[in-house]
Design a protein around this ligand. Structure first.
Ligand SMILES: [Zn+2]
Length: 405
C-alpha cells in the first residue's frame, strides 16, 4: 500500500531531519504538520474508539487542522469512522484505528531456519511459518529464495503484497552488522559483500529493517512477551548458539557502535574451546546447545542432537545431567555479572536449551544467586520467554510499528 511506504520513509526522513536540525531555530511548517498528524493518529490508535469531538481538547489543535488530518487518515484507510445516533438529533462520529489497513512481516533468519509471522498494524499475529533455510548457500541463492517464501506466505493468507507495510528481520549477528563486520564465520563468508537490507528492499519493494536477532528478541519479549512493562531487561536465547539483547530504560540498547548485547561471547575460560566468532573460551562454547552436545559427546559419542541429550538427562543419564548443569552454571555465572552491572528487573530466558526445564534452570538460578550481589539480585526476576520461539519475529513487527507511528 503506497501511503504506508511513503509514511515510513517520511517518518524516517523526518527523524533524520529533526536530528540534524535540532538546533535550528524557528518553526518549520512541515515538521509541525507531521507531528500534529502523529499526535492525532496516535491518540486514535491508543483508544479503541473515540468521538471525533475529543480530538480538539486533547491535541489543542484547531477544528480545521484536525478536520484536514482526519480526512487524510480516512482517505488512506488508516482510520475509520462510524456515525452513532442517540434517538434525537444528537449524532456522534466515532473514530477508530484500522489495524487491517496494512500488514507487517516479522521474521528471524538464522543459519538453519527461517521463522516468519504476519501481523496486523496492532501487532496481532495472523499466521506464522517455520521452514528450514540455509544461509550457507550464500546471498545469490538464499535471498531470492527468502523473497519467494515471503511473497508466497503473504499470498497464502489472501493478502495482496502491496498491503505489506514493511519487513522487520532479526538476523544472526555477524550478518546484521554487515557491511561493518569483517569477521564472519567461515560458513557465512560468502555474505561478506552483500548489503542484505538494500537487496531485500529493492526486490520486495517495501521498507526492510534488519537487526541483530538478540536485540529483536529482546524487543519482541519486552513488547509482547514476558517483559511487558519491564524497562530494564536482559534477553538471552540459548539455542545452537547464543543470542542476547538488552532493554535499558525502555529502549533496545545498541551502543554507539550498534554491536551491544553479545553476551554469548563474554569470555568465561582462559584456555577454552574455539568459538565461531574466532575467539576462544566464549560463554557460547560451553553453554550453547552445541557446547552442551560437545561436552556430552566426550562420554557418549552416539548422542548427536540436543533433544537426545535432554531426553537422556530427563531419564537420569548422569553425563547428560552433568552437561546441562555445567551449562546452567556458566550461564548463571555470566548473568550474575550482568545483574551486578545493570540490575535488570527481569532476565528472560529463551531458546531450545530451555526445553531442559529445571535441569538447566535450577543450576542457572543458583549460580545467579551465588555470584550476584544480594542487593542487585533482590531486584531481578528470572522468567521464561512467552513468544514460543517467535520473540525475534515479534521484535521485527514492533520495529515496523515503531517506524510508522
Ligand atoms: Zn565467541
Amino acid at each position: 500500500m503506497q501511503p504506508w511506504h511513503r509514511l515510513i520513509k517520511e517518518r524516517q526522513q523526518e527523524r533524520e531531519r529533526v536530528r540534524k536540525e535540532r538546533d535550528r531555530k524557528g518553526a518549520d511548517q512541515r515538521r509541525v504538520r507531521e507531528s500534529n498528524r502523529s499526535l492525532v493518529l496516535n491518540y486514535i490508535r491508543e483508544h479503541r474508539s473515540i468521538p471525533r469531538s475529543d480530538l480538539a481538547p486533547y491535541t489543542g489543535l484547531s477544528r480545521t487542522a484536525i478536520g484536514n488530518i482526519v480526512d487524510e487518515l480516512l482517505q488512506e484507510r488508516i482510520v475509520q469512522q462510524e456515525e452513532h445516533g442517540f434517538g434525537d438529533d444528537r449524532r456522534t462520529t466515532l473514530l477508530s484505528f484500522n489495524a487491517t489497513a496494512g500488514y507487517i512481516l516479522g521474521g528471524t533468519l538464522d543459519s538453519q531456519l527461517l521463522k516468519v509471522l504476519l501481523a496486523d498494524l496492532a501487532g496481532h499475529t495472523i499466521q506464522q511459518l517455520e521452514v528450514p533455510f540455509s544461509l550457507s548457500k550464500g546471498p545469490e541463492e538464499s535471498l531470492p529464495l527468502l523473497e519467494k517464501l515471503l511473497r508466497v506466505f503473504v499470498e497464502q493468507q489472501l493478502i495482496p503484497w502491496d498491503m505489506v507495510v514493511g519487513v522487520g528481520l532479526g538476523v544472526i549477528s555477524p550478518l546484521a552488522l554487515l557491511p561493518r563486520s569483517a569477521a564472519l564465520p567461515v560458513a557465512l563468508a560468502r555474505w561478506a559483500n552483500t548489503d542484505i537490507q538494500q537487496v531485500l528492499e529493492h526486490d520486495l519493494g517495501v521498507p526492510v529493517y534488519l537487526e541483530h536477532d538478540g536485540s529483536m528478541g529482546a524487543l519482541g519479549e519486552s513488547r509482547y512477551g514476558a517483559g511487558r512493562n519491564e524497562g530494564n531487561m536482559i534477553y538471552l536465547n540459548v539455542g545452537t548458539s547464543i543470542s542476547a539483547g538488552l532493554i535499558l530504560n525502555d529502549q533496545v540498547y545498541r551502543s554507539h557502535a550498534g554491536t551491544a548485547g553479545e553476551i554469548g561471547h563474554i569470555p568465561v575460560e582462559v584456555h577454552g574451546q574455539l568459538c565461531q566468532c574466532g575467539r576462544s573460551g566464549c560463554l557460547e562454547t560451553v553453554a550453547s546447545g552445541d557446547g552442551i552436545l560437545r561436552e556430552v559427546q566426550r562420554f557418549i559419542p552416539t548422542l548427536t542432537t540436543l533433544s537426545q541429550v535432554i531426553e537422556a538427562a530427563q531419564a537420569g543419564n548422569a553425563a547428560c545431567v552433568g552437561a546441562l548443569e555445567r551449562a546452567g552454571k556458566y550461564l548463571g555465572f555470566v548473568l550474575a555479572g550482568l545483574v551486578n552491572t545493570l540490575t535488570p528487573s527481569l532476565i528472560v530466558l529463551d531458546g531450545s536449551v530451555m526445553q531442559a526445564g529445571e535441569l538447566i534452570l535450577q543450576p542457572l538460578r543458583a549460580a545467579v544467586e551465588t555470584h550476584s550481589l544480594p542487593i542487585s539480585f533482590a531486584y531481578t526476576r528470572i522468567a521464561l520467554a512467552e513468544s514460543n520461539g517467535f520473540a525475534a519475529s515479534l521484535g521485527g513487527v514492533a520495529t515496523i510499528i515503531d517506524a510508522i507511528f
